[in-house]
Design a protein around this ligand. Structure first.
Ligand code: TPP
Length: 384
């Protein structure tokens, strides 16, 4: 077996369900094998993958990320505020650039400091340099799922050097995109024929959540960090609510990850500031096309939880943005009645743009810890 085949075998032996990927040149022989054997979620930013993998784990799956070491730098806050805070496992297999026969100067600084940064955050790291080290990959996966913590396996390019270039690319083989089409055929129609007419908002965030409560009751809900969580808790606390305490921008990513392994509908209450921090998730939602996912974008035009500073949603239109990313079922609502009507439309993934006024309700802090939120939520999803 080549090191690539052995690596994939180790993923399979450890019962990995989902591999979230973002390429590295040194992984180009491994990635096609991963795509053939596992459910692959191609990413546009690594942080988004941390949220998707967290959601998949909450819904009972075993995720893994396969990325370049530079991408580890992109996801540090997510690891800290999501995985460490809620105790969520995530094995990250990273192509370790900058340390072995590196030709790209920009890889060197981070590549040589990354391990120290990870160790300072108490992320356990493992190193693979040669085929003799490969069993470490299986060990790392087991450690991550037994400790409920993220781990990083750093794979030196030295490992792959015995594999001939493009070893797994047969003559005539074509790379396919996420739709299963040849990546050479890129013909598509990209016309956007939607005109956004934004009217004056009438509801606050609290009033919008209150209006949605009859629909949210009994459904799986992921709620954006900050005051929205406190408002949802005050209006409709239930075991099927996942309250975010940090990792701004990842509410919809977590919702998407859950929807991949959960048969029933997942409703995400997201915010404009948070969606604009990770618009990449709109791309992932469009690509995965889960009809059981609804994103309710509570757009008050401000970072409400931090004192109502204006967000860029004052200049752009979130519904148009979602359409531009390829989410077809979108709507824009202002009133309680229209929000409830939009929630009843069965097709998904749905993006409901709720234009609201700034303002926070005077509600208490959440009384539960991150791990209590997780345990209660996972027990609900398991049907306990
Ligand atoms: C990476 C990061 N940057 C900044 C913050 C501080 N922060 C917490 S909540 C929040 C505002 C979120 O705004 P939005 O998503 O629009 O939701 P709203 O509170 O307005 O409902 C900010 C900036 C943070 N938690 N994380």
């Amino acid at each position: 077996m080549t090191p690539e085949e052995e690596t994939v075998e180790l993923f399979a032996q450890n019962k990995i369900d989902l591999v979230a990927t973002l390429p590295c040149d040194r992984l180009k022989n491994l990635l096609p094998l991963v795509g053939k054997r596992f459910f692959e979620v191609p990413l546009t930013r690594e942080e988004d993958g941390v949220g998707i993998c967290a959601g998949a784990f909450l819904a009972g799956a075993k995720p893994l990320m396969l990325i370049q070491s530079t991408g580890v730098g992109n996801l540090l806050n997510a690891l800290s505020s999501l995985n460490f805070t809620y105790e969520l496992p995530l094995p990250i297999v990273a192509s370790w650039r900058g340390v072995y026969q590196e030709g790209i100067p920009a890889q060197v600084y981070w590549g040589t400091h990354m391990k120290a940064v990870l160790n300072a955050l108490d992320v356990t790291t493992y190193e693979v340099h040669t085929v003799e080290d490969l069993p470490v990959v299986g060990q790392a996966i087991q450690d991550s799922f037994s400790t409920n913590l993220p781990v990083v396996v750093l794979i030196s390019p030295e490992l792959w050097q015995c594999t001939p270039p493009d070893a797994f690319q047969q003559p005539g083989d074509e790379r396919v995109n996420f739709l299963g089409e040849s990546s050479k055929e890129r013909s598509k129609s990209a016309a956007l024929s939607l005109e956004a007419q934004v009217e004056c908002p009438v509801m606050t965030r609290y009033e919008a959540i209150e209006a949605a409560v009859p629909y949210l009751r009994g459904r799986t809900v992921v709620c954006n960090l900050g005051v929205p969580c406190k408002e949802l808790y005050a209006l409709c606390d239930q075991p099927s609510n996942f309250y975010m305490l940090g990792s701004m921008g990842l509410a919809s990513s977590i919702g998407l990850g859950i929807s991949l392994y959960h048969k029933r509908e997942v409703v995400v209450l997201d915010g404009d500031g948070s969606l604009l921090m990770n618009p990449n998730v709109l791309c992932s939602i469009a690509q995965q096309a889960r009809d059981n996912l609804t994103v309710v974008a509570l757009d008050n035009g401000t970072y409400g939880s931090t004192g109502d500073q204006c967000t860029a949603s004052q200049q752009l239109d979130l519904e148009l943005l979602a359409r531009g990313f390829g989410i077809e079922h979108t709507s824009k609502v202002y009133t309680a009645e229209d929000l409830l009507t939009a929630l009843q439309v069965p097709t998904g993934p749905r993006f409901i743009h709720v234009v609201i006024k700034p303002g926070n309700a005077n509600v208490p802090d959440l009384p539960c810890s991150a791990t209590e939120i997780k345990r209660r939520f996972m027990a609900h999803l398991r049907g306990e």
